[in-house]
Write a protein that binds this ligand. Structure first.
Ligand SMILES: Cc1ncc(COP(=O)(O)O)c(C=O)c1O
Length: 389
């Protein structure tokens, strides 16, 4: 089966957050959803469900939970039970629930920055104290590589720290952390008795043969202190349908988590549940083709930047469809996304939204047809060239 990722889909006029926020003259490459249609089995399953015509209250689908149990075993050699799964309407909610469930008011939550914005806000929303250390950044030629910063974490931890929020694969720096890195991190969390919340929403968006390792799959004792957050939303481009889940194998921790949700977090809506089930049951081919397309987009973008933008340093992401660009040497100033919006009519995310270490960077979303990517890169090139003169 061939898939037409090259085919642009008109998203204007659909109340898309990504496409409707800025004017018609702006090319949006910011919010992390893709400009591709979802795989046909999801569309067909939704059509069948909509045709039924009755949209009463639903319940967690036992077949979906069994599909997830099988998927964790097949992909990661990770044995979980259906009861370990807690369905959620979204993972920003998940990050807030975890922050609320673990520890007490004022307790510390440890993160590495830069990182997806809600990692910075969820602990504060839930009256916790944010403690952070920068990721370790290394320049190799024109590329930028990040690693977990264990000495930094050791320096940032305090006696009141209860929780570590991990983003793996990492938004925005595109790392899929290795077994060695994760083992070291797990040992650190064990040593300091921290709960680990591992946001693995990007776990299927693997580029160029990268493997994903859920930190909870390392060992049963790691699983006992871990809350894993996953979703089909990024992978199959269904984030607007609001279906995601947590895997919590420690019953006491799961009870705490469910207690923090009680009365506040709604049930996953019935269409989201149908879409999630179809996504995991029938879309493996599509996912493989998507991974190949995104890998080619990544390689094209990295090659283009190397060739045409001598002042720009880029990550070479192992996962996600996000490129993290260091524009500090381009003359576009401290808010380069603002300048790109004004001067190039291109919407990308401002690096400072991702916390310390993000200033002077932007995040570009390459989950789009190649023609859109070419257009976006040409706009950056023109702005960078103009700024140099
Ligand atoms: C790491 C990470 N977690 C969570 C989310 C958002 O999750 P949701 O839309 O389910 O709230 C995103 C979206 O970009 C993300 O990158």
């Amino acid at each position: 089966m061939t898939y037409s990722f090259d085919l642009p889909v008109e998203r204007r006029g659909t109340d898309s957050g990504k496409w409707a926020w800025y004017g018609e003259d702006v090319l949006p490459m910011w919010v992390a959803d893709m400009d591709f249609a979802s795989p046909q089995p999801i569309i067909d399953a939704l059509l069948r469900r909509v045709q039924h015509g009755v949209f009463g209250y639903g319940m967690d689908s036992p077949t979906l939970k069994q599909t997830l149990v099988d998927r964790m075993a097949q992909r990661y050699g990770w044995t979980i039970q259906p009861d370990d799964i807690v369905m959620l309407p979204g993972l920003v909610s998940g990050l807030n629930i975890v922050s609320r469930a673990v520890g007490e008011r004022g307790d510390g939550v440890l993160i590495n920055t830069p990182v997806y914005g809600p990692f910075l806000t969820a602990p504060v929303n839930q009256h916790r104290t944010l403690q952070s250390a920068p990721l370790l950044a290394t320049h190799t030629g024109r590329h930028l590589h990040y690693a977990l910063n264990m000495p930094g974490l050791a320096a940032a931890i305090a006696p009141n720290t209860r929780l570590f929020l991990l983003c793996n694969p990492h938004n925005p720096v595109g790392r899929a952390f290795t077994r060695t890195e994760l083992t070291e991190l797990a040992a650190f969390c064990e040593q300091h008795d921290l709960v680990i919340c591992s946001d693995e929403i990007h776990c299927d968006l693997l580029l160029g043969g990268t493997q994903h390792i859920p930190i909870a799959s390392l060992a049963p004792e790691v699983a006992q202190r871990t809350i894993t957050l996953m979703a089909p939303s990024k992978t199959f481009n269904i984030p607007g349908l609001g279906a995601s889940f947590a895997i919590i194998q420690n019953p006491a921790l799961r009870k705490q988590f469910e207690g923090a949700m009680a009365g506040i977090v709604p049930h996953v809506n019935i269409l989201g549940m149908v879409a999630a089930e179809a996504a995991y049951a029938a879309c493996d081919d599509w996912l493989q083709a998507l991974q190949a397309y995104l890998t080619a987009n990544r390689d094209f973008a990295v090659g283009y930047i190397e060739e045409h933008m001598p002042n720009v340093v880029t990550t070479v992401p192992e996962a996600t469809y996000l490129l993290w660009l260091d524009l500090r040497a381009t003359g576009l100033g401290e808010k380069p996304a603002d300048r790109l919006l004004k001067e190039a009519k291109l919407a990308v995310n401002e690096g400072s939204w991702f916390g310390a270490g993000g200033e002077g960077f932007v995040r570009l979303n390459f989950g789009c047809p190649r023609s859109t990517l070419e257009d976006g890169l040409a706009r950056i090139r023109a702005a960078v060239t103009a700024a140099a003169h």
